[in-house]
Design a protein around this ligand. Structure first.
Ligand code: AMP
Length: 419
């Protein structure tokens, strides 16, 4: 029975060929930066109890209100495909008693996340984020280090025209006092606000800063600024983060209107944007979340972290670095007799045991086809097996030599310089 062709769901995509290679290369570079700074890899489940996000990310946020892929399992439990990584990492920190480890505990991930958003360039329903979280220290140096690490990752990927915006939301206490002041301002100008913002004055007044509605934007110009209402302690923390970023030569702009769409942030918040991206200009961002671990049932534990979108980094990044030779030995067959195929397979496995990257043509091509395949793969050496001795060609140097099959691996190992 034949059927209509199936496609990947809207807002999702397959990762193929060069894209897959570019992602692996990005991951390797990011790993070097993050693990070099003491971050350990963490993997959390693709789905979690829905409550983790409703409690952690916040009921009033866009993510929880309308973007989660939520389903019930056969036992009637509500589960959700993870829309972000910070709440799961904090859940894992509590679940595994990581407060007993040396603090701060630094963790990084590269995982896929799911949000039911309007799909467009740079905005998908399944997307990948690289993220880093440091739990257990309030030190402003943690904030500055974390931000500087993301700046390094973006620079290594050649992300162009990056801007870093920075603000402080203060402690939960000063944030809630500020919230009331802002609500009063919004209520006093309710007539000029967009319907959406008006409807959310009680629930999430800070989101009014993100509105693109002209009337709302005018009202926000005269809104009280959170930065003017920080406690002395929070203001001191913010000043130190800025001073350390200056010392690390990470340029930034202080933007008092920066609010991030998640409820858990306290104190430092930041966002990197790139002009190379058009409408979806956010490349990565994060901040401090000093109340989140406690909110999820742990002991009061400060935290600081960020996430950056892999697809956006690649869209805004420079051309991918030229791939190095990834195939050191390509094995071709003059005629595919059973004997030659076996000899080729043995050579393949010997080459790999010796640490070479090797490929055998598996496509049933003519010798000419095999050689052009070797060329397309950028193979450094090609061994042609026939009934007599093998022929080993140095593709770059142009030399070639005949030798017993058993010595091909040695010749390749030696012959990185000369045959
Ligand atoms: P957020 O968790 O919303 O702060 O997002 C952090 C980063 O993840 C953003 O700056 C984007 O680079 C990326 N991101 C968020 N949502 C999406 C999406 N729907 N599609 C692709 N990338 C996304």
């Amino acid at each position: 029975m034949s059927g209509s062709k199936l496609k990947a769901p809207r807002g999702t995509f397959d990762v193929l060929g060069e894209q897959a290679a570019a992602r692996s290369a990005l991951e390797a570079r990011a790993r070097t930066v993050l693990e070099g700074a003491g971050y350990e890899r963490i993997e959390t489940p693709v789905f979690e109890a829905t409550e983790l996000f409703s409690r952690g990310v916040g009921e009033s946020t866009d993510i929880v209100r309308k973007e989660m892929f939520t389903f019930e399992d056969a036992g009637g439990r509500s589960l959700t495909l993870r829309p972000e990584g910070t709440a799961p990492v904090c859940r894992a920190y509590v679940e595994h008693g990581m407060h007993k480890r040396r603090q701060p505990v630094k963790l990084w991930y590269l995982s896929s996340f799911f949000r039911h958003e309007r799909a467009q360039a740079g905005r998908y329903r399944q997307f990948w984020q690289i993220g880093a979280e440091a739990l257990g220290s309030e030190d402003p140096a943690v904030d500055a280090e974390s931000i500087a690490l993301l700046a390094t990752v973006l620079a290594l990927e050649g992300v162009r025209n990056v801007r870093l915006r920075l603000a402080s939301l203060g402690s939960l206490q000063s944030r809630s006092e500020y919230r009331e002041r802002l609500q009063a301002h919004l209520r006093a100008h309710a007539g000029s606000l967009s319907e959406d913002v008006r409807a959310r004055i009680d629930l999430n007044p800070l989101r009014a800063f993100d509105s693109d509605h002209p009337g709302t934007q005018r009202v926000m110009e005269s809104a009280p600024s959170l930065l003017d209402h920080l406690s002395a302690e929070d203001a001191g923390h913010f000043a130190e983060v800025r001073a350390l970023l200056d010392l690390a030569s990470v340029p930034y702009e202080v933007d008092p209107t920066l609010v991030r769409g998640l409820d858990y942030y306290t104190r430092t918040v930041f966002e990197f944007t790139s002009d190379a991206l058009g409408a979806q200009s956010g490349v990565g961002g994060g901040g401090r979340y000093d109340g989140l671990v406690e909110q999820l049932g742990g002991k009061p534990t400060p935290g600081m972290g960020w996430a950056a979108g892999i697809e956006r980094i690649m869209l805004a990044g420079g051309p991918p670095p030229a791939a190095g030779t990834s195939v050191e030995l390509f094995i071709a067959l003059e005629s595919a007799t059973a004997e030659q195929r076996r000899a080729a397979f043995k050579l393949l496995s010997d080459a790999r045991s010796a640490g070479l990257t090797a490929q055998l043509d598996l496509g049933g091509r003519s010798l000419k086809g095999q050689l052009s395949n070797a060329g397309a793969l950028g193979a450094r050496f090609v061994a042609i097996l026939g009934d007599g001795p093998a022929t080993l060609k140095d593709v770059q140097g142009g030399e070639q030599a005949q030798m017993p099959v058993e010595t091909v691996v040695h010749a390749v190992l030696r012959g990185h310089h000369a045959l």
